[in-house]
Design a binder for this molecule. Structure first.
Ligand code: PSU
Ligand code: MN
Length: 303
């Protein structure tokens, strides 16, 4: 078994059987600019604590897998430049070399599962990129949801993606996509995607029960819970779509490819919306942390 470095709080919560919510770190290093990234990371942790669970932010630091970071570690990571963005493909190499890296949704799910944590909150998962028919750029997050038993709470897939193809692939992979509180899958910055939700559950208790039922049935994999951004914080779809198109045209013109696509687009959309996209991103992450906390508490009750 690999050695996991647990923070003091997470270690105590594990011993006491208290609810724990996993949090990723790529959103800190590649998803948001300094210093908002640190403020948000701290605020998300506070939100989980206030809700009655223990936050476990996950990252690889100097070759060791950390589940739960202290304030110092969080600050260093938020300030660090050229941190690796780790997914299933590269987490082992990074650790073997003693490197430091932030975990994406896929790598965070792997670490959470190793640590016995079954719920994880993020902003939006990766998915099928537009033009994937040529680039084959499909996030490893989708495969991970199909094989690792962790419930991921997100505001949908990031709206820079090809959303219809993303949800088709999830269906093919057997991943339950569960929308909360409405009949349409939300689209990250917007509540509306034009796609109807394949599944809808409105309570944390039902979502927790469904994950346990998957395990009981011997079905591998987790669940994607799509939690709409609060109305007050959304950027309507018709406002954000042309901005996404502009940012994508720039990415193509500059030859941005692979892992750099998502961070580039998020940064350009932040600039083009004069910060509004970041404010929305922050609001939706906090909203997801609140729901993940409730699900974690329900899972603890059922366990
Ligand atoms: N949610 C956010 N911002 C982010 C991410 C999620 O609000 O930056 C990160 C997650 O770590 C996710 C990654 O796994 O974006 C997807 O990257 P890619 O498209 O390269 O697979
Ligand atoms: Mn990709």
């Amino acid at each position: 078994m690999i050695d996991i470095t647990f923070s003091k709080d997470v270690a105590a919560a594990r011993d006491a059987g208290q609810p724990i919510v996993a949090l990723e770190s790529t959103i800190i290093t590649h998803g948001m600019p300094w210093p908002q990234n640190l403020e948000v990371a701290q605020q998300v942790e506070r939100t989980v604590r206030e809700g009655g669970a223990v936050p476990a932010t996950i990252a690889v630091l100097d070759g060791s897998l950390h589940v739960g970071l202290d304030d110092d570690q969080l600050t260093k990571l938020a300030q660090a430049k050229n941190v690796a963005k780790l997914s299933r493909a590269d987490i082992a190499v990074c650790m073997a070399q003693g490197g430091t890296g932030a975990t994406t949704v896929a790598a965070t799910m792997i670490a959470a599962h190793l640590a016995g944590i079954s719920v994880f909150a993020t902003g939006g998962i990766g998915g099928v990129h537009q033009g994937a028919e040529d680039s084959f750029d499909i996030s490893a997050d989708l495969q991970e949801l199909a094989q690792t038993p962790v419930t991921v709470v997100a505001a949908g897939a990031k709206a820079i993606l090809d959303l219809p193809k993303t949800f088709e692939v999830l269906e093919t992979l057997g991943v339950p996509v569960i929308t909360v509180g409405q009949d349409e899958i939300p689209a990250f910055w917007s509540r509306s995607s034009g796609l109807s939700a394949p599944l809808r559950l409105d309570t944390a208790a039902e979502i927790a029960k469904a994950q346990l039922m998957r395990t009981a049935l011997g079905l591998s994999g987790g669940q994607l819970v799509t939690n709409p951004i609060p109305e007050a914080n959304e950027i309507p779809r018709d406002v954000i779509l042309p901005i996404i198109e502009t940012a994508m045209a720039e990415a193509t013109a500059q030859g941005i490819a692979g892992k750099s696509v998502t961070p580039f687009l998020l940064q350009r959309i932040f600039e083009l919306t004069e910060g509004r996209s970041l404010a929305s991103n922050i609001a939706l992450v906090l909203n997801n942390a609140r729901l993940a906390t409730e699900i974690a508490k329900e899972m603890t009750k059922l366990a």
